[in-house]
Design a protein around this ligand. Structure first.
Ligand code: NAP
Length: 264
């Protein structure tokens, strides 16, 4: 039987290593027949991303720091030299200063706020705009969010505000892109041990709490997020856009998230 993404081409942004959520999505997409291109953020990362690209059989590996407009432009220009069009874009990128991911939200600095919102939200808008000329009608975009955008989660702080803005951006972009047949959605993943998660204060305790209280009583894995992403990236999700899909073992439906004292 042909794979769900047979004959489709996708660009995956945000693989830092084999723990990245984007790596889980890339593996699922490749298994279902997609041809993939990857971006990496800096020279240090290139060393880690190239072997992963080889594992996926991806020959297109492009530099792209999403804080730099000319990087975004150059990445999509290069992509256009390899592919005349493509089918899906995965944006799995976020950043905030470590100091802003612990303690009190009220202490967030102006610079820290701007940085978190720039890398984690504006980057989606900028990359989608750059991708549109190459994206096929019927194509789609997927980004990654977290429950901390809907509710207060201890230490998530400025990243929670960034995720709320990201989710709103998904809805506005869905309204813009829908008439040309392009969809955009977000997956709200449960906590997964990754490089980005390591920057969040008391992440281990948040993960323990989740494992004890999520209806499925276990952590979400990169592979589970990857498999759930297939529905949104493929024609199976063809009428879904502007949506936030929770892939978190049902945790978002639990009435009582941890209080700050529970993770101290
Ligand atoms: P990750 O492996 O550390 O991935 C984050 C990616 O963002 C890295 O590849 C990182 O590259 C990239 N990035 C940061 N700044 C960048 C920039 N200026 N330009 C280009 N790329 C940049 O962590 P992850 O947990 O998989 O995170 C992926 C997404 O999932 C994020 O949006 C995150 O908020 C979301 N998410 C994570 C969890 C979780 O518990 N892990 C749960 C829900 C949602 P560098 O390493 O070079 O900075």
């Amino acid at each position: 039987m042909a794979g769900l993404l047979e004959g489709r081409r996708g660009l995956i942004m945000g693989i830092a290593n084999e723990r990245s959520i984007a790596w889980g999505i890339a593996k699922s997409a490749q298994r279902e027949g997609a041809e993939l291109a990857l971006t990496f953020a800096g020279e240090m990362l290139e060393k880690r991303v190239r072997p992963l690209a080889a594992e996926l059989g991806s020959e297109i590996v492009l530099p792209c720091d999403v804080q730099v407009d000319s990087d975004i432009e150059a990445a999509f220009d290069s992509l256009g030299e390899h592919w005349d069009s493509f089918d899906f874009l995965v944006h799995s990128i976020a950043f905030a200063n470590r100091d802003d991911l612990k303690g009190r939200f009220v202490d967030t600095t102006r610079d820290g706020f701007a940085l978190a919102l720039d890398v984690s939200v504006y980057s989606l808008i900028a990359t989608v705009r750059a991708a549109l000329p190459l994206l096929r009608p019927g194509g789609n975009i997927l980004t990654m969010t977290y429950l901390g955008g809907e509710r207060t989660i201890p230490h998530y702080n400025v990243m929670g505000v960034a995720k709320a803005a990201l989710e709103s951006a998904v809805r506005y972009l869905a309204a813009d892109l829908g008439p040309s047949g392009v969809r955009i959605n977000a997956i709200s993943a449960g906590p997964v041990r990754t490089l980005a998660a390591a920057g969040i204060g008391d992440f281990r305790k948040i993960l323990d709490w989740y494992e004890q209280n999520a209806p499925l009583r276990r952590a979400t894995t990169q592979d589970e997020v990857g498999d759930a992403a297939l529905m949104l990236l493929s024609d199976w999700g063809r009428s879904i856009t502007g949506e936030i899909v929770h892939v978190d073992g049902g945790y978002h439906s639990v009435a009582v998230p941890p209080a700050a004292e529970d993770v101290e």
